[in-house]
Design a protein around this ligand. Structure first.
Ligand SMILES: Nc1ncnc2c1ncn2[C@@H]1O[C@H](COP(=O)(O)OP(=O)(O)O)[C@@H](O)[C@H]1O
Ligand SMILES: [Mg+2]
Length: 250
């Protein structure tokens, strides 16, 4: 891991990142040469119209997909040319991903869902369950450990999904419209969890959202249009506090 020089303090760095999709002989650039640096501990929101390339970009940063062109550096390390296995390993250790539609395993209960990613790193069963229990308790769902996803509310499912993303204690949390499927009360509970992960635990947080009042909880808002960064907006600190205090009430 490089620590000095150009990469100092940057936990994520994108250089000329492009994603070209090919379908039926037609190619389409969903992301077109994006440059972006994210500092360790920073909170970033990504906004942009539907189809502007937000999810495509997030999937590449989350090492779930690879750029067609350009480079992605995580902790100063170029991950663009890594093998599938190496990517899975780095992803599991470094990045927690939270999706709009939760993607919990329906046949596993809350505790098992959260413990699952730890198996990959050969953590003992007892330790896995202990850690999963701790996180779920902290998120206010300690009573629901044995519930299956279909026995949980939307907000509870998303909190389980966030707990799962934390299983291996990643420094980076990426969330693609995490409150998109939630009513405003559950959405607010989920946002409080994200506030904590950033403010109390100092994790780097990147969240895609359609809602301005959600986006304003971050330090910077990256506006994406047609696969390009249109502008980067700084949110001032007072504004961030006000938005958090007010909650999801418009
Ligand atoms: N697997 C894919 N194959 C072909 N085109 C895709 C694929 N995924 C996304 N796209 C296209 O890329 C563009 C960006 O999609 P996406 O990143 O999902 O946008 P957003 O998340 O901003 O709504 C859209 O035009 C979409 O249709
Ligand atoms: Mg999307």
């Amino acid at each position: 891991m490089k620590t000095g020089g150009e990469m100092a303090g940057k936990i994520i760095s994108l250089k000329g990142v492009t994603k070209t999709y090919k379908a039926d002989g037609v190619s389409f650039d969903a992301v077109r040469g994006v440059d972006l640096d994210i500092i360790e501990g920073e909170r970033i929101s990504i906004m942009g119209p539907s189809g502007s390339g937000k999810s495509t970009l997030m999937h590449m940063v989350g090492l779930l997909d690879v750029p067609t062109k350009g480079h992605i550096y995580i902790n100063g390390e170029d991950v663009s040319k890594k093998s599938e296995n190496e990517l899975a390993y780095i992803r599991g250790k470094t990045i927690g991903f939270v999706f709009q539609s939760f993607y919990l395993v329906p046949s596993l209960n809350a505790l098992e869902n959260v413990a699952l990613p730890m198996m990959f790193y050969r953590i003992e069963k007892e330790e896995r369950e202990k850690r999963a229990k701790e996180i779920l308790k902290e998120f206010g769902i300690g009573e629901k450990l044995a519930n299956y996803p279909n026995q949980l509310s939307g907000g509870q499912r998303q909190r389980v999904a966030i707990a799962r993303s934390l299983a291996n204690d990643p420094k980076i949390i990426l969330a693609d419209e995490p409150t998109g499927n939630l009513d405003s009360k559950s959405g607010e509970e989920v946002l409080k969890v994200f506030d904590d992960l950033h403010q109390r635990e100092g994790r780097t947080l990147v969240t895609v959202t359609h809602e301005r009042y959600v986006a304003e909880r971050a330090e910077r808002i990256v506006h994406i249009r047609d696969g390009l960064i249109e502008k980067i907006e700084k949110v001032d600190e007072n504004k961030r506090e006000t938005v958090r205090g007010r909650g999801l009430v418009k």
